[in-house]
Design a protein around this ligand. Structure first.
Ligand SMILES: Cc1cc2nc3c(=O)[nH]c(=O)nc-3n(C[C@H](O)[C@H](O)[C@H](O)COP(=O)(O)OP(=O)(O)OC[C@H]3O[C@@H](n4cnc5c(N)ncnc54)[C@H](O)[C@@H]3O)c2cc1C
Length: 393
């Protein structure tokens, strides 16, 4: 048995690294345990709205994130079948004035890299890869973690940032992820190979019955990130044999020519069967808390999973800074974050239902509302992007 570490963060994804960096800046010794052989991110693009940028700013890494980001001028919602515009959200000056920050899209690895490099500037962070935590056990004075490689480690406090299949979450619930029957294919295309005529200063979401396609540029607009999502009618809880590319093509077959052209580039590879979890009513004890997907995995339809993980990290650091004990900080953190993240989880499910609506009346009502809203009307985004409340000064 080695030393008792001050804080162990389980998981070196975006949430875990953001928390590790913020906590280490408070002067605490932090060890990050990552199951993989090396730190990294799966998938290509990530959208980060003003609330995620605010959290990155609070953590002190925003400037470096901006250097690698693309700033779309607007988000356009298109009718996937007819190929016509339904609505838009402008990300110009009024948006920035309303929420204090712009809207960015960025390669996942770039955001992860910025966080990792910031962590590496701090000598009080230790990284241990090839450490898959299999059990978390809380005692009166410490927490003991068992790893698949046979090691056990002890910590004064633990942050479980170990994603949707979290080992740490088992302290609070035995319930697993909830399948949505939807599948996402994520694929990138070099800009100079892209054959469709689109203004890449914009982010596009094409919506249709049981489907959507998201497209935006990353890496100084050298690459287009695309995510094609569809409902699988072959979903089977007992098997993994559903959600194939053939099914994708079948679901998108009535879409407009631009989508057909875009889908020529779809490949096997980054395929995700989409799940979320039911909201928890507790995710902290005196010495263990959860963060990010581990605490509140959500469907990606509001592009908020990573943003909420970043908000978690900023809030947790704030509570640890302003509260006398770890137990009190974890309690305040949980009290602030559970209602907020539960609301976003519910919102993501709801928005998924609306954008994937299959019956004609719902689609007609949705499209009428979308066609009638102004691109600089941000009323319905306020709950998501406006500054969160913090208890401390
Ligand atoms: C198709 C798609 C598109 C998305 N788009 C967006 C978007 O545009 N904007 C947005 O904000 N969010 C988006 N999300 C959500 C976002 O990707 C996640 O919410 C976010 O990555 C969660 O970060 P995390 O650090 O909590 O978890 P993860 O990224 O899952 O990181 C967990 C880390 O823990 C490690 N780990 C897991 N188990 C263990 C263990 N037992 N022991 C040790 N290490 C372990 C993993 O290897 C990983 O490194 C999207 C999701 C999907 C599926």
């Amino acid at each position: 048995m080695g030393n008792v570490e001050e804080v162990i963060v389980i998981g070196g994804g975006i949430g875990g690294l953001a928390a590790a960096y913020g906590i280490a800046k408070l002067g605490k010794r932090v060890t990050v345990l990552e199951q993989a052989q090396q730190f990294g991110e799966v998938g290509a693009g990530l959208q980060v709205g003003p609330n995620g940028l605010r959290a990155l700013d609070e953590l002190g890494v925003l400037e470096d994130v901006y250097k690698l980001a693309v700033f779309p001028r607007k988000h356009i919602f298109m009718d996937a079948l007819g190929g016509t515009e339904l609505s838009a959200v402008e990300f110009g000056d009024k948006f920035k004035e309303s929420f204090g920050y712009p809207y960015i899209v960025i390669h996942r690895s770039d955001l992860h890299h910025v966080l990792l490099e910031h962590c590496r500037t701090l000598s009080n962070i230790t990284f241990l890869t090839n450490h898959k935590v299999t059990n978390v056990e809380e005692h009166a004075d410490f927490v003991e973690l068992t790893c698949a490689n046979g090691e056990t480690l002890r910590a004064e406090a633990v942050v479980g940032a170990d994603g949707i299949h979290s080992a740490a979450r088992k302290l609070f619930t035995q319930a697993g992820p909830v399948p949505s029957k939807y599948v996402a294919y994520r694929f990138t295309v070099p800009m100079d190979e892209m054959t469709i005529d689109i203004d890449w200063d914009e982010k596009l979401t094409w919506i249709g019955p049981g489907i959507h396609l998201v497209q935006y540029p990353v890496r100084h607009k050298s690459v287009i990130n695309q995510v094609a999502v569809f409902k699988s009618y072959r979903y089977n809880a007992e098997s993994d044999d559903w959600g194939s590319i053939d099914e994708l093509r079948e679901m998108f077959k009535d879409c407009c020519p631009t989508i057909q052209e875009s889908l020529k580039f779809v490949q096997e590879g980054f395929v995700s069967k989409l799940h979320d979890i039911e909201s928890l009513d507790q995710w902290s004890t005196n010495r263990v808390t959860l963060l990010g997907d581990s605490a509140h995995a959500m469907l990606q339809y509001l592009a908020q999973g990573a943003c909420q993980a970043l908000e978690d990290a900023a809030c947790l650091v704030d509570k640890l800074r302003s509260t006398s004990s770890v137990a009190a900080a974890f309690k305040e953190y949980e009290e602030e974050r559970i209602p907020r993240t539960a609301q976003v989880q519910r919102g993501a499910r709801k928005w998924g239902e609306i954008k994937h609506a299959e019956d004609e009346v719902t689609r007609l009502l949705r499209d009428t509302i979308m066609l009638n809203r102004r691109p600089d009307d941000y009323t319905y985004l306020e709950w998501l992007y406006k500054e969160r409340k913090t208890a401390s000064v």
